[in-house]
Design a protein around this ligand. Structure first.
Ligand code: NDP
Length: 459
C-alpha cells in the first residue's frame, strides 16, 4: 500500500443507491436564487475593492475616510478616473510575460511526483511539485536582472497602477476560461459541482481540478505558483522603491519582508502538504480562487509593503518591532508545527510521532461517489488535540503581527488581518459542515474530544 495516499485503500464497495446519498464535497445544489446571487456579489465587489484600495493607498495617503469623503463629494467613477489603476500595454505585456514564464517553469522544471487526496468522485491525482525550484529560480533571475541593470528592481512598484489593472483582467479571463472549460471539456466530469445558479457556479467554480493535458493542473498553477510566487517579488519591489526614493529602508519593511518570505518559502518547501489543504482538495475552481490568485492575493496580501514603500518610514519603537516580530516568529513555529503534524499523521498513520509520542487517531470512514468505502485518520493529539484548527489560530496571529509591524492604525494597513479573520472563520464553519457530512458520527466524536475550534475556552 502506498503510504503517500492520504487514506487507506479500498475497503468495500457499496451499492448504486448509496451513491445518490453521497453529498460531501458536492452539496452546492438546492440553494435559493437570492442566496446564490448574494453569495456571488464578490464577482463585482472584489474588483471594485481592489480599485478602491489602490486609490486609497496612492492618492489618499492610505486613509479610507479621506477616500470615502472624496467619493461622497465627487462620485466613485470620477475619483476612479482621476486616481484609479490605468491599463497600459506595458502592464498587459508584463503580466502576460509573467504568466507565460511561470507556466514554462511549472511545465518543465523537475520535481517529485506526489498524490493528492481522493476526490469526492474517487480520483487520486498526481502532481509534479517543482514550486521550490520555480520560486528560487524566479528570485535569482529577478535579482540578476536588477544587478545587471536590465530591470529596475522597483519595476513592480513603479508600474503598480497598470499591473493592478492587468491582473484584474487576467483574473477575470482565467475565471471565464475555467467556467467555459467546465462545460466544454471537463477533466473529471464526475467531480464537477453545479449549484443550479450559473452566477454562483462562475463564482465558486464547477470543476474541482481542471487540467490542460495530463500534467498542467490549472489550480495548483494559479494558486500555488502565480499567486504565492509574486507575493515576495512585490515585497522586494516596494522595498527597492523605498530605497530608490528615500535612500533608506525602513526596519519595519525589512522585518515584514522577512516574515512574509518565511511564510512563502515555507509554502514552497512544504508544497506536498498543500495537496491536502482545502484549496486543492475541496474547493472548486472558479472566480473565487482564480481571480483571487491573479489579483486579490498580489494586491491585498502585500498592502503593508505597499504602504511602507509608498508612504513614509514608520517611527515605531524598536521595542515594538522586536516584540511583534518575535510574536510573529512564534506564531509561525506553531503554524508550521500544526500543519506538519497533520501532514505526517496522514502520511505515516500510526507510525507518526507527535511531540515524541505515537500519534492518536479516530478512524473515520467515508464513501466516494464511485461507491468505494475509504478510511481517514483524524488526529487527536498534538495541536489537533488542543483545538480543531490550531493552524488557523497561529496563521491569524501571524497575520496580525505582519500588520502590526507597520505601526499604523489606518484600516487599510490591517486589511490582510481582517481578511484572514473573515476567511478562516468562514472556512472553519464550512469545512466543519463538510466534514460532518463526510465522516458523520466520527466527526461528532472528534468534536466531543476536541471541543474548541480556535482557542480552548474562547471559541
Ligand atoms: P487545513 O490544512 O486545516 O485542512 C483542513 C482539512 O484537514 C479538513 O478538510 C480535513 O480534510 C483535514 N482534517 C481536519 N481535521 C483533521 C484532523 N484532526 N486530523 C487530520 N486531518 C484533519 O485547512 P486549510 O486547507 O484551509 O488551510 C491550510 C493552511 O493554509 C492553514 O494553515 C491555513 O491557516 C492556511 N491558509 C492560509 C490562507 C491565506 O490566504 N494566507 C487562506 C486559507 C488557509 P479531509 O477531508 O482530508 O479529512
Amino acid at each position: 500500500m502506498d503510504t503517500r495516499t492520504a487514506t487507506s485503500s479500498l475497503t468495500s464497495t457499496v451499492g448504486d443507491n448509496l451513491k445518490a446519498k453521497i453529498l460531501w464535497g458536492r452539496t452546492g445544489a438546492g440553494r435559493s436564487f437570492l442566496r446564490s446571487l448574494l453569495a456571488s456579489t464578490p464577482v463585482v465587489l472584489a474588483p471594485l475593492a481592489s480599485i478602491t484600495t489602490f486609490t486609497t493607498l496612492t492618492a489618499f495617503d492610505g486613509s479610507f475616510s479621506a477616500y470615502i469623503a472624496a467619493v461622497a463629494d465627487q462620485g466613485f467613477w470620477k475619483i476612479t478616473a482621476q486616481h484609479g489603476p490605468r491599463l497600459t500595454w506595458q502592464g498587459v505585456a508584463a503580466v502576460a510575460c509573467w504568466v507565460s514564464f511561470q507556466a514554462l517553469l511549472f511545465l518543465y522544471l523537475p520535481g517529485p511526483v506526489r498524490k493528492g487526496q481522493p476526490t469526492p468522485a474517487g480520483h487520486v491525482l498526481t502532481y509534479r511539485l517543482n514550486g521550490v525550484y520555480s520560486w528560487v529560480l524566479t528570485h535569482i533571475i529577478y535579482f540578476s536582472l536588477g544587478w545587471t541593470g536590465l530591470l529596475d528592481l522597483a519595476f513592480i512598484a513603479r508600474n503598480w497602477s497598470s499591473l493592478i489593472a492587468a491582473m484584474n483582467i487576467a483574473g477575470l479571463l482565467a475565471s471565464v476560461l475555467a467556467f467555459v472549460k467546465a462545460y466544454t471539456s471537463p477533466t473529471h466530469p464526475d467531480d464537477r459541482k453545479f449549484s443550479g445558479s450559473s452566477i454562483y457556479d462562475f463564482y465558486m467554480g464547477i470543476e474541482l481540478n481542471p487540467r490542460f493535458g495530463p500534467d498542467f493542473d490549472f489550480k495548483l498553477f494559479t494558486n500555488g505558483h502565480l499567486g504565492m510566487m509574486v507575493w515576495t517579488l512585490i515585497d522586494l519591489s516596494f522595498t527597492a522603491y523605498q530605497y530608490e526614493t528615500r535612500q533608506v529602508i525602513d526596519p519595519a519593511l525589512i522585518l515584514l519582508t522577512i516574515l512574509q518570505f518565511l511564510y512563502v518559502a515555507d509554502f514552497f518547501a512544504n508544497e506536498e502538504w498543500y495537496l491536502s489543504t482545502i484549496d486543492i482538495a475541496h474547493d472548486h475552481y472558479g472566480f473565487y480562487l482564480s481571480w483571487g490568485c491573479f489579483c486579490f492575493l498580489p494586491t491585498t496580501y502585500t498592502i503593508q509593503a505597499q504602504y511602507l514603500g509608498m508612504h513614509h518610514s514608520s517611527d515605531i519603537s524598536t521595542l515594538h518591532l522586536a516584540a511583534v516580530f518575535t510574536l510573529g516568529l512564534a506564531a509561525y513555529v506553531v503554524f508550521r508545527s500544526a500543519n506538519s503534524q497533520r501532514h505526517r499523521a496522514r502520511l505515516f498513520g500510526r507510525k507518526a510521532l507527535i511531540s515524541g509520542k505515537p500519534a492518536e487517531f479516530i478512524t473515520a470512514s467515508y464513501t466516494t461517489a464511485d461507491g468505494t468505502r475509504r478510511e481517514s485518520l483524524l488526529l487527536v493529539s498534538g495541536w489537533w488535540g488542543w483545538s480543531r484548527h490550531a493552524n488557523y489560530t497561529a496563521d491569524l496571529v501571524f497575520s496580525y503581527c505582519m500588520c502590526a509591524l507597520v505601526g499604523s492604525t489606518k484600516v487599510v494597513v490591517w486589511t490582510y488581518a481582517i481578511w484572514m479573520t473573515l476567511i478562516l472563520v468562514h472556512r472553519c464553519l464550512r469545512d466543519e459542515k463538510r466534514l460532518g457530512d463526510k465522516y458523520g458520527d466520527k466527526w461528532a466524536e472528534y468534536c466531543r474530544r476536541v471541543p474548541w475550534r480556535f482557542v480552548p475556552g474562547v471559541w
